[in-house]
Every structure is written in C-alpha cells, then in structure tokens.
Design a protein around this ligand. Structure first.
Ligand code: ZN
Length: 365
C-alpha cells in the first residue's frame, strides 16, 4: 500500500472574499481542508498523508509541508518531499473540494494499476464555445471534460514531468496532456464541486436541533467500569444489560432526541438477548453512521457526569479523546463536567453513577 495522499491547501483564494483563507474556513462544522484529510484517513488507502499549507498546524499522522507561490509549486514541494520514500502512487487533491467520496478514491486506486494517470471528470449542461484567436467555435458538450480532483498518478512519472515542466498548469493531468501521455478519464462526481466563492458555502440551508439525555446505573462489585468508551480503574462497575456506560447511553439518547427518534430502549430493548453484554461503543456506532449519512453534523456536546468518584478531572482528557474518536468529531466541541452530590443518596455513597448530556446538531439541506 505505497499510496500517498497530497492535499493542496496553500492557495490564496483570490476569488474568496474573506479574512480567513478559504481552506481553513468552517464548513459543516470543520475547517474546510479537514474533510479531505478525514476521508483520506478513513479510506485506509494511504501510507502517508501530506498536507501542503503555509499555516502552522499539527495533525496526527499527517505530514505538513510548506506550500509554494502557485499551485504547481506546492505540488512540486510535496513530490520532492516524497523522494526516496518508496511511494508508488500519489493522489493529489485540492482542499477546496471537500465533498468527494471514499468510493471515488477506491475507483482511482483500481484504475491506476493499469495506468499512469487517472482523472475524474464531469460533463457540463451548458452549451459550450471556445474562443480561439479571433474566432469562436461551437464545442460538443459531451466532448468537454470538466476535470476534478482527487487525481491519481504513478509517482515517478509525475515527478519527472513536474520537475521538467516549464509552463504554468492548473492541475497535474495537464502535464500529462502537454507531454502527450495517456490519461485515463473516469466518471467523477456531480457533488464533488469546488468551493470558490463565499456563496458556495451558504447555498445549503442549515437547520439546528437539540437533544437531551439522562442515564443512571447502579454500581456493583466484580464488574468493570466503562465511562465514555474507556475502562476506568474503580472498586465497582455499572450494572446493566450492556456494559452500563452511562456517558455513552446518555449521548445516544441526546442524539436520538435531536433526531426525534425516540430513545435508546426502543432501539436496543433490554429484553432482547442479542444485546446482552453489548459494549456501548457498538450501540453508538450505527447512530453516528446515520448522522453522517443524512448530512447531520454535531455542533456541540455538553456532558455532566454525576458521581462522587472517580474524579472526572483525572480522566477528562482520556474520555474526551475517546468520545472524539467514537463520534468522529473534533475534541474542542466536547465539554465534560464532573458534578458531586455532597455525599447524598445512592450516588453520594458510591452506589450509582448518573449522567446528563445536551447535544446540538446541524442538518445541511
Ligand atoms: Zn444506561
């Protein structure tokens, strides 16, 4: 799997009238470029992911390198960086196209095994003319290919073409065309549009929904304690049909609330044996999948964990990291508060742990 994903995010975005550079602007609750990084990671196709940008940032498992003056300079910087790193194929992508699918990456990978350059394209619905010298000619629109990224190349071939190139190109496939080398064109995606102007970000309607969740479980001896998907050393664990993870149950109910889809018990009835001893991350997973599939984006998650012990401050970061991974959301939109109950009642005597959560989600239409 010697594939590398190169994300170009060093552009100036001249057509994008904003103080913040386009590739870092918030889009569907994430910086625009992160959509591409996350998809590349999720596809599991890449040995390396290289982000070319002039902003100083750190992202786990992503190599950040400096961009050049033009797009082609940035691309060359990345290709040079990859020298002697045993790379077979490079996938080059523009950060301004956050909406490609992992399926498209897989298609590119499939075709590159028999080609040196694979490029997705779409057709246009507009009647097309071409102005050439003093003349304008009609073009057959089925013959006009609007090329997209990600584009996939044999690393060595692209490297040679790039360093020998003297003319200005707007994408790597142009290098192959200038040099009369074959490009395999494959069907791209209508939804894989480029965000160029500020308006492109706001074409969609955003609706906001809130959900609330509450849960409580008894603490019992000889059971492991799970909170937020991780095991926490403690004298007892939470009793329940599942692993009793109050935080995850609470989040599931909050999400179902925001989606107006009843409650956790209606999806995982406790009288069904197949859910006995189920781990709670497994219960959360289909709900996160549903959100992603239906264009819902979590905006904010606030949690109160109500217990005398364990001390939340000791495990806060670990729990937040775990939630961030399980829910595929940024850590900075999760807040976890610890609340004791002055040693009162069941919770105060360490016989139970309760939790409440509020979640806010956006729906893009
Ligand atoms: Zn529960």
């Amino acid at each position: 799997m010697n594939n590398c994903f190169i994300l170009l995010a060093a552009g100036k975005g001249k057509r994008f009238n904003s103080k913040e550079k386009k590739q870092f602007i918030n889009y569907k609750n994430k910086p625009l470029f992160m959509h591409s990084i996350e998809k590349a990671k999720k596809s599991k196709l890449f040995k390396r992911i290289v982000l070319v940008t002039n902003k100083q940032i750190k992202i786990p498992n992503v190599q950040v390198i400096k961009g050049g003056k033009e797009r082609s300079d940035s691309s060359i910087n990345a290709l040079k960086y990859l020298q002697n790193k045993n790379i077979k194929n490079v996938f080059i992508h523009d950060a301004a196209r956050p909406n490609f699918s992992i399926n498209l990456l897989n298609k590119l990978k499939k075709y590159i095994s028999k080609n040196k350059a694979v490029v997705p394209f779409t057709n246009t619905n507009n009647s097309t003319k071409y102005a050439y010298k003093n003349k304008v000619v009609n073009l057959k629109r089925q013959k006009v290919l609007l090329t997209q990224t990600p584009q996939c190349f044999d690393y060595k071939t692209l490297y040679q073409l790039s360093i020998n190139n003297k003319s200005s190109v707007t994408d790597e496939s142009a290098l192959f065309i200038i040099n009369n080398k074959k490009v395999k064109f494959i069907k791209g995606e209508e939804t894989n549009t480029k965000i160029t102007k500020k308006n492109d970000l706001y074409v969609k309607k955003i609706k906001n929904f809130y959900g609330i969740g509450f849960d409580i479980h008894r603490l019992v001896k000889n059971k492991k304690l799970y909170l937020g998907g991780i095991k926490i050393p403690f004298h007892s664990g939470l009793k329940g049909h599942s692993d009793g993870d109050v935080i995850l149950h609470c989040i599931i109910d909050a999400l179902l609330g925001a989606l107006r889809k009843k409650d956790i018990g209606s999806i995982y009835p406790s009288n069904k044996n197949k859910f006995k001893n189920i781990r709670s991350p497994k219960m959360l997973k289909p709900i996160i999948f549903f959100l992603e599939k239906n264009n819902y984006y979590i905006n904010n998650l606030d949690i109160n964990l109500i217990c005398e012990r364990p001390k939340v401050s000791k495990y806060r970061n670990k729990i937040i990291n775990s939630l961030s991974a399980l829910m595929n959301i940024n850590k900075n939109i999760i807040n976890l508060k610890g609340k004791t109950v002055e040693k009162l009642g069941l919770i105060g005597k360490e016989n139970a742990i309760a939790c409440e959560a509020i979640v806010s989600i956006n729906k893009y239409e």
